[in-house]
Design a protein around this ligand. Structure first.
Ligand SMILES: NC(=O)c1ccc[n+]([C@@H]2O[C@H](COP(=O)([O-])OP(=O)(O)OC[C@H]3O[C@@H](n4cnc5c(N)ncnc54)[C@H](O)[C@@H]3O)[C@@H](O)[C@H]2O)c1
Length: 381
C-alpha cells in the first residue's frame, strides 16, 4: 500500500483531541470521528479516532485469528474496509459463525510457502501477525514456542519486505523483566525478560525495528497489557485469571485465584485493545517517533478486582491457590505501564477503567448466559 506523505496538525474539539493530516499524495485522506457509544458501555470518556483513507481500502491478513483477539480485530476492520478485504487465518477449525462472517483460510505461520501464497492471492497490504504461544503455554513447550514465536517472525518480516506490507506484530508487558523499572515501566528501558514468550517478543520488537531501519519495512508494534474479553476465551497467559474471575463470579459467586492477592498487573478491556490497534494501523508513519509503543488503561490486583465485583455481586468470595510458576512470571512484569509517548504521538486514549470493565464484563456474560439458557437469567447480584 502506498504510503501517505502527510503533515501533522492537532485540533482540540470539546474533550476530544483530533489529529488531522494533510496528504500530499494523490490519495484523499479524511478524518472520521465517531462517538460509538455501545449499549454495554457504561461510560465513554474519549472518542474513537480513525484516520480513514477512503479511496483505497487496504487488504488485510490476520494470522492466529481464532484466538482471543483476532476475531474482534477482524470485525472492526471489516466494518471499515468491507468483509472481503479482511482474511482471517489460523491452524484451528473455524466455527460456522466465523465462516459466515467473512473469508477464512488455513495458514500455518511456520510454512512460508503457504503464507506467501495467501499474501499473493489475497493481494495483502496490511499483515497482522497474531499467532503466538502465550506466556504460560510457552513455558510448557519451549521448542514449539521458539518456532511459533520466533521463527514465524522471520517468515513474516521477509514477506513484509518483499511485498511492501504494513506489518503489525503485538508485543506485551511480558517483554519486560525483573531488571526493568516496574512502576511505571516506560517504552525505552532495560528489557531482560525471563520467559520464552518475553524473549521472543523482545526479539520481534528488535527485528521489526531493524527491518524498518534497514529495509524500510513499515513495522508497527503495540505492547498490550493483559486483555480481558467476554466473547472470546484467553489463550494461556499469566493474566487469564482476570477473565476467568467473571465467569466464576456469575456461576458460583466465588473464585480461586492462582496469583497472590496483591499482584498488580496492567490490564485492558478488549474494545480498547482493538480500537487502539486499528487506530495505530492508520497512523501516518511521519507521526510515529517509535515503532513499538506501550499502551495502558488500568492496573489492578486480584484483591481490587474482587472488591469491584463485590459491588455487583455482594456475596462474591475470593480464595487463593497460587501457582508458583505463574506467580514468578507475574512478579517480574510491570505493575504499571507508562504510555505517554502513544498518547502524545498519535493520540492514543483508553475508554475503560476498572469500574467500566467490571460493569461491561458482567453485563455481557449475563446476556450470554441468558441467551444460552433460553431466557432464564441467573441473577447473582
Ligand atoms: N491476549 C492477551 O492478553 C495478550 C496480551 C499481550 C499480547 N498479546 C499478543 O496478541 C496476539 C494475539 O493474542 P491472543 O490472546 O489472541 O492469543 P491466543 O493464544 O488466544 O491465540 C493465538 C492463536 O495462534 C494460533 N497458532 C498457534 N500456532 C500457530 C501456527 N503454527 N500457525 C498459525 N497460527 C497458530 C492458535 O491456533 C491461536 O488461535 C499474540 O501475539 C499475543 O502475544 C495478547
Amino acid at each position: 500500500m502506498a504510503s501517505l506523505a502527510s503533515k501533522r496538525g492537532a485540533v482540540l474539539i470539546g474533550n476530544a483531541k483530533y489529529i488531522s493530516f494533510i496528504t500530499t499524495s494523490s490519495r484523499h485522506a479524511s478524518l472520521v470521528s465517531t462517538s460509538r457509544k455501545s449499549s454495554t458501555s457504561p461510560t465513554r470518556k474519549s472518542r474513537f479516532i480513525d484516520y480513514r483513507e477512503d479511496v483505497q481500502k487496504p487488504r488485510v491478513i490476520i494470522t492466529g485469528g481464532l484466538g482471543q483477539l483476532g476475531q474482534g480485530l477482524a470485525e472492526s476492520l471489516r466494518r471499515q474496509f468491507g468483509s472481503e478485504n479482511v482474511l482471517l487465518t489460523d491452524i484451528k477449525k473455524p466455527s460456522q459463525n466465523i465462516l459466515e462472517s467473512g473469508p477464512f483460510a488455513f495458514a500455518d505461520v511456520l510454512d512460508t510457502r503457504n503464507l506467501r501464497e495467501l499474501v499473493v492471492n489475497h493481494g495483502a497490504d496490511w499483515f497482522v501477525h497474531y499467532s503466538a504461544l502465550l506466556s504460560s503455554i510457552g513455558e510448557s513447550n519451549v521448542p514449539l514456542a521458539m518456532k511459533v514465536n520466533i521463527q514465524s517472525v522471520h517468515n513474516v518480516l521477509e514477506l513484509a519486505r518483499e511485498f511492501n506490507l504494513r506489518l503489525f506484530i503485538p508485543s506485551t508487558i511480558g517483554a519486560f523483566g525483573p531488571d526493568s523499572p516496574r512502576d511505571p515501566t516506560p517504552d525505552i528501558c532495560v528489557q531482560r525478560p525471563k520467559t520464552i514468550y518475553g524473549v521472543a517478543k523482545v526479539h520481534a520488537e528488535l527485528m521489526g525495528e531493524y527491518y524498518h531501519h534497514r529495509f524500510g519495512v513499515d513495522f508497527r508494534s503495540l505492547r498490550y497489557p493483559g486483555i480481558i474479553s467476554a466473547d472470546t476465551e484467553p489463550g494461556g497467559g499469566t493474566t487469564d485469571y482476570a477473565v476467568d474471575i467473571f465467569h466464576s463470579a456469575l456461576d458460583n459467586e466465588s473464585f480461586q485465584c492462582n496469583l497472590n492477592p496483591d499482584t498488580r498487573l496492567p490490564m485492558m478491556y478488549i474494545d480498547d485493545c482493538i480500537k487502539g490497534t486499528v487506530q495505530f494501523m492508520h497512523v501516518p508513519s511521519q507521526m510515529m517517533k517509535l515503532r513499538t509503543y506501550n499502551v495502558n488503561s488500568m492496573s489492578f490486583t486480584p484483591e481490587e478486582i474482587a472488591l469491584e465485583i463485590r459491588k455487583h455481586i455482594p456475596k462474591f468470595k475470593m480464595s487463593y491457590k497460587v501457582i508458583p510458576m505463574l506467580q514468578k512470571i507475574a512478579d517480574d512484569w510491570p505493575k504499571k505501564f507508562e504510555d505517554t509517548n502513544a498518547r502524545n504521538d498519535w493520540a492514543w486514549s483508553h475508554d475503560y477503567d476498572i469500574e467500566d470493565l467490571v460493569h461491561v464484563m458482567l453485563e455481557k456474560l449475563r446476556m450470554k448466559r441468558h441467551l444460552q439458557n433460553g431466557g432464564n437469567v441467573k441473577t447473582a447480584a
